[in-house]
Design a binder for this molecule. Structure first.
Ligand code: 3PG
Length: 287
């Protein structure tokens, strides 16, 4: 269970909060596995479907390593349902003082949506300093957030709305952005079709886009308490235009190919893992 004061840090570390509309709790397990494998440890389940409380309950009881929150919360009974299902934070599309007060009274973190200075100041007056910026793209995007930065230095934002892999870094490069919210990696269609591999691929692709390479921790699931445990080492996945040239350059570090890790076609190597003496993680090269 993540401590309340650590939620902002966890948002920052993830960089991306998937905003999820899920129609049936039957797909919750597949979703959780795809998020884990992709490397995300946070999810926002929106109250746009009746299944939301059940899905939150499933995550809270079986996947403790994923910080689970409720999104699109606009009514007090939804706050109640979210909290009793085990949600650890609440997100609302707009700034509704009575919803914010209700959450604060229950000591549950609330991240209301704002998109102008007046709303930011009203939220600040309630002691809130992490705010959703919604709808981000049509409210001035990264330029607007940059303008807020000098005036509201103590506020951090979670821009959401119109953000995808191709523009996420415009936001993440701003000092007052903790993480971006987005629905593109977990679309309702992918969930309904059970395309969890595709969800995992989209998560990995987004994480790679955020920092230029992909850190992959080799983890196992401890079946008994469903927590993740670290296996030895991990790997850093790097996409390169030429595996051959990269191997040549890495020979300086006495890099060696991990036997059996090569994936190739007629044109040559497509993927390979290399070890470097003294380096705990392997490097997985993808061409
Ligand atoms: C939200 O509820 O936060 C938004 O609908 C998500 O916006 P997106 O679908 O443009 O990512």
């Amino acid at each position: 269970m993540v401590k309340k004061e650590e939620i902002g840090e966890l948002f920052y570390r993830n960089g991306l909060i998937p905003v999820i509309k899920i129609d049936s709790a039957d797909t919750a397990d597949g979703l959780a596995t795809a998020l884990r494998r992709g490397g995300l440890s946070v999810a926002e389940i929106t109250f746009r479907t009746k299944a939301a409380p059940k899905v939150i309950e499933r995550f809270a009881s079986c996947y403790e390593d994923i910080l689970i929150g409720a999104g699109t919360v606009t009514k007090k009974d939804e706050v109640d349902a979210a909290i009793s299902a085990g949600a650890q934070f609440i997100v609302s599309p707009g700034f509704n003082p009575s919803i914010c007060e209700y959450c604060l009274g229950k000591d549950v973190p609330i991240f209301p949506g704002v998109n102008n200075p007046s709303l930011i100041e009203q939220a600040m007056a309630m002691g809130l300093n992490i705010l959703k910026f919604f709808p981000a793209e049509v409210s001035g995007g990264a330029k607007a957030l940059n303008a807020f930065r000098s005036v509201y230095q103590q506020v951090s934002f979670i821009p959401t709305g119109g953000i995808q892999e191709n523009n996420i870094n415009e936001y993440l490069s701003l000092k007052n952005v903790l993480a971006c919210g987005g629905s593109w990696i977990v679309s309702a269609d992918l969930l309904e079709a059970g395309k969890f591999d595709e969800i995992e691929r989209l998560v990995k692709s987004a994480r790679r886009a955020m920092i230029g390479f992909l850190p992959i921790v080799q983890e196992g699931i401890d079946e008994e308490n469903q927590s993740r445990s670290m296996r030895d080492g991990g790997c850093i996945e790097v996409k390169t235009p030429s595996i051959k040239r990269t191997l040549a350059m890495l020979s300086y570090f006495k890099a060696y190919v991990i036997p059996g890790s090569e994936i190739e076609n007629k044109q040559g190597l497509l993927e390979v893992s290399v070890g470097i003496p003294g380096l705990h993680a392997q490097i997985h090269l993808v061409e």
